[in-house]
Design a binder for this molecule. Structure first.
Ligand code: CTP
Length: 134
C-alpha cells in the first residue's frame, strides 16, 4: 500500500519521526508533502525557522521515507493524492475529520500525536530561555 502524509516538519523533532515511522508501517511506500515556506507564511504570517530546502532534505534522508515533494497549496491535496498514487492518507489526530472528504480517493487515517512536543512549543522554550538569559 502506498501512503501519503503532509506537514511542515520545522525544527524536526521526535513527534515528527514517530508519525512518519508509523505512517510507513501502514504500507510499503511513503510519500511526504513538505509545506512550502510561502504556504506557511500565507497560513501563519511567519516563515518556518528552517527553510524548505533544509526541511525537505531532512525528511528525504529518513529511512522510513521513500519520496518527498514540496506542497505548494492546501487546495491541491486531492491532486497530490492522485499524482503520487496514494492508497492511504495519514495525518495526525490534530486534523481529525478535516480530510474525510478524501475518502472517495483513498483511505484516510488519523494517528495519535506524540504528546508534549510541537514546533510551536520548542520555539516557546527557546524564546523563554533566551529571554531569561538576556
Ligand atoms: N505531529 C505528531 N506529534 C507531535 C507533533 C506533530 O504526530 N507531537 C504530526 C502532526 O500531526 C503532523 C506532522 O507531525 O501530521 C507534521 O506536523 P507539523 O505541524 O509540521 O508539526 P508540529 O510540531 O505540530 O508544528 P506546529 O507546532 O507548528 O503546529
Amino acid at each position: 500500500m502506498r501512503i501519503i502524509t503532509f506537514g511542515t516538519f520545522d525544527m524536526f523533532h521526535i513527534g515528527h519521526l514517530n508519525i512518519l515511522e508509523r505512517a510507513k508501517a501502514k504500507g510499503h511506500h511513503l510519500t511526504v508533502g513538505v509545506s512550502a515556506d510561502a504556504l506557511n507564511f500565507s497560513k501563519k504570517q511567519r516563515y518556518p525557522i528552517c527553510p524548505e530546502q533544509d526541511r525537505m532534505r531532512i525528511i528525504k534522508s529518513l529511512s522510513c521515507v521513500d519520496e518527498v515533494f514540496r506542497e505548494d497549496s492546501l487546495e491541491l491535496k486531492g491532486e497530490y493524492i492522485q499524482q503520487y498514487k496514494a492508497d492511504c492518507l495519514v495525518m495526525g489526530d490534530d486534523w481529525v475529520g478535516r480530510f474525510d472528504h478524501f475518502k472517495e480517493l483513498c483511505k484516510v487515517e488519523y494517528l495519535e500525536r506524540t504528546p508534549g512536543i510541537s514546533t510551536t512549543a520548542l520555539i516557546e522554550v527557546v524564546r523563554s530561555t533566551t529571554d531569561t538569559h538576556s
